[in-house]
Design a protein around this ligand. Structure first.
Ligand SMILES: Cc1cc2nc3c(=O)[nH]c(=O)nc-3n(C[C@H](O)[C@H](O)[C@H](O)COP(=O)(O)OP(=O)(O)OC[C@H]3O[C@@H](n4cnc5c(N)ncnc54)[C@H](O)[C@@H]3O)c2cc1C
Length: 249
């Protein structure tokens, strides 16, 4: 069954490499004792049995779409180019410096200073990128702890992660990466044979509630989606389109 996903994540377009692929795997959940009702409409849904939950409160086996981000972002950039979108890369110090007469959308991630918004902050994340040793199924943990284990196989490489470090957390990224790798190997022992291809460090744009709204100057804001910004991106884009129409119209 496919209906649970936004069609743009199910079939992001024709062409060779969109970066979206589907994987079967397990989601282990500690934040609740019951799986949410919507879980049952996910493709290939099956609740995990007590011998499969690995000490978590609950869990499910399911098929999900995954975005191989470098390829997916490249694909989106190409689509925008084909649609005639002009791209200019530059730092914006103040939204007021953008041309008047055009609708401005501020989607600058954790750059809360652009919106004068102290509520948005950055939570650091670290990924370890590993060579492909044949792991096909994903593992995802949804936990309240600041460390967890994700194993996401992509074509030709496997990305492992699971850390949320507030801006003032002094733990060096290399130490976090070591921890992440050890936890991933404990879950999927074949990863012990993988070569480390690289490390990725990024900042999740966290806000107590995401902001998708028009301010009193007519600027459309869309930021603060934390660790789920890709998951909710097409829904947010629909809302931004609607808001832009209200400002432009
Ligand atoms: C380690 C890690 C793992 C993650 N895993 C997942 C996941 O599994 N699923 C999921 O859905 N999400 C995940 N996320 C979160 C996801 O990456 C973010 O929610 C998403 O990237 C937010 O998108 P955005 O466009 O709002 O902001 P960003 O991706 O931060 O993009 C903002 C852009 O604005 C630009 N910018 C900022 N300030 C300025 C300025 N002053 N002038 C000009 N340009 C500016 C930046 O350079 C950047 O290009 C993860 C994030 C991290 C760090």
């Amino acid at each position: 069954m496919d209906g649970a996903f936004d069609p743009r994540l199910r079939r992001p377009g024709r062409g060779p490499a969109t970066g979206i692929h589907r994987r079967h795997g397990c989601v282990h959940v500690d934040v609740t004792a019951e799986l949410p009702p919507w879980a049952r409409v996910l493709p290939d849904f099956r609740p995990l049995g007590p011998d499969e939950t690995r000490g978590f409160r609950t869990g499910m086996a399911v098929t999900l779409p995954f975005a191989d981000m470098p390829t997916y972002l490249g694909h989106l950039a190409q689509r925008a180019e084909r649609l005639g979108v002009a791209v200019e890369h530059r730092h914006v110090a103040d939204l007021a410096e953008l041309d008047a007469g055009r609708v401005v959308v501020n989607a600058a991630g954790r750059a809360g200073e652009l919106a004068g918004d102290p509520a948005v902050t950055g939570v650091r994340g670290v990924h370890v990128v590993l060579s492909d040793v044949g792991v096909e199924e994903f593992t995802m943990e949804i936990a309240t702890a600041p460390r967890w284990t994700n194993v996401f196989p992509h074509p030709g490489r496997t990305v492992v992660g699971g850390a949320a470090l507030p801006p003032d957390d002094p733990t060096p990224d290399a130490d976090v990466a070591e921890e992440i790798l050890a936890r991933a190997v404990a879950v999927e022992p074949r990863l012990a044979d993988a070569r480390v291809l690289g490390h990725e460090v990024g900042w999740r744009p966290v806000r107590p509630t995401p902001r998708t709204e028009v301010d009193d100057r007519g600027v459309v804001h869309a930021y603060g989606h934390g660790g789920v910004g890709v998951t909710v991106s097409w829904g947010v884009a629909d809302e931004v389109t609607r808001l832009v129409a209200t400002v432009a119209g």
